[in-house]
Design a protein. Structure first.
Lengths: 180, 160
């Protein structure tokens, strides 16, 4: 487990600065400042209501659905079922395109067709279950349902169009890491 | 909000009865994910609170909707294409904006481009797909995102 402390300002420093700003605003009667503070409190309140179940669902998904199990189905099936498994596999992804692209290289070696791979790549951007849990929690299930219903057919169509444009000989190369 | 709790409690109990050890692992995964995202979360919350407090909600809404849904969605799509923030932060932020009166159409333009168009990740994508294919994939992503936001707009009655 590596911890990433990427941000130049540690979060606690930002929080303390904000608290001082809020206190000063309250003391001086600076209305935009106090409004910011009350905004912050109401946001924190609504987050604490939704974040615990959302993260718990993501955790459950992580331990119960193993990516490797789904991965086996790809490569062999290149018909309609290939597209189905491409979307299911995308659903199990946690990272975005950083993880999906290297996986594409592996799957292409295993014999997955370009249309299936491009479907997987785009679906990995929009169908990841952990992300979808957050979307449905904060924007509503209706929002998620419509988005899925509209974007999945589009993703498949685009992938098919792109693969016939690029030709089946097109290779997704792992030139970023290992060129074989 | 209640659905999320009910679902989480129900599934966790089910998981607990099936395999206690795995359930503990699930809770641990959830906690470590949360810890990892927390610093960014705090910073985004503070910035959002400040910008909503200092700029005033009227001005922000004017910027995002005052010029019409098209201009608002264009701003949303531009922000979503350039930004590289994880969904764990983006969706709560979108929920806040939604609560402040930003239309679903604009939110959809932001979240879908965030997922499908990656200006920041383009150099990486180019290494795998080549410039042409990567460019086409991103442009197609942008087009799909716009279609999705129109559909969302129609669904929520914001568009005729």
């Amino acid at each position: 487990m590596k911890k990433d402390r990427g941000s130049p300002f540690p979060a606690w420093a930002v929080l303390i600065a904000f608290a001082i700003f809020a206190a000063l605003s309250a003391y001086l009667g600076f209305e935009p400042g106090t409004r910011s503070a009350s905004n912050f409190l109401s946001f924190v309140k609504s987050m604490t209501g939704l974040l615990p179940p959302a993260f718990l669902l993501v955790g459950l998904f992580n331990v119960w659905v193993r990516r490797e199990t789904v991965e086996k189905h790809l490569g062999k099936d290149s018909g309609v079922r290939g597209y189905f498994w491409a979307i299911v596999l995308a659903g199990t992804m946690v990272g975005g395109i950083y993880v999906a692209l290297p996986l594409c290289v592996v799957l292409q070696r295993k014999g997955a067709s370009l249309g299936v791979l491009l479907t997987f790549l785009n679906a990995a951007a929009i169908c990841r279950v952990p992300m979808t849990i957050f979307e449905a929690s904060f924007l509503g299930v209706g929002f998620t349902v419509i988005r899925f219903a509209v974007s999945i057919p589009l993703v498949i169509l685009t992938a098919r169009a792109m693969s016939s444009w690029l030709g089946e000989g097109f290779r997704i190369t792992g030139s970023a890491g290992n060129k074989s | 909000m209640i659905i999320a709790w009910v679902l989480a409690v129900l599934l966790f109990s089910l998981s607990w009865l099936t395999d206690t050890e795995r359930s503990i692992e699930a809770a641990r995964t959830a906690w470590s994910l949360f810890r990892r995202i927390l610093p960014m979360f705090v910073i985004v919350l503070v910035l959002t609170s400040l910008s909503l407090g200092l700029i005033s909600e009227e001005v922000l809404l004017e910027l995002l909707v005052g010029k019409g849904l098209l201009a608002g969605s264009a701003i949303g799509a531009a922000a979503g294409s350039v930004a590289a923030i994880p969904g764990f932060v983006a969706f709560p932020l979108s929920g806040i904006l939604l609560g402040k009166g930003v239309p679903y159409t604009v939110i959809a333009a932001f979240t879908t481009t965030l997922m499908m168009v990656g200006v920041v990740t383009f150099p990486l994508e180019r290494q795998y797909l080549g410039v042409r294919a990567a460019l086409v994939r991103n442009l197609a992503g942008l087009a799909m995102a716009l279609i999705v936001s129109v559909a969302i707009g129609v669904f929520f009655g914001e568009l005729p």
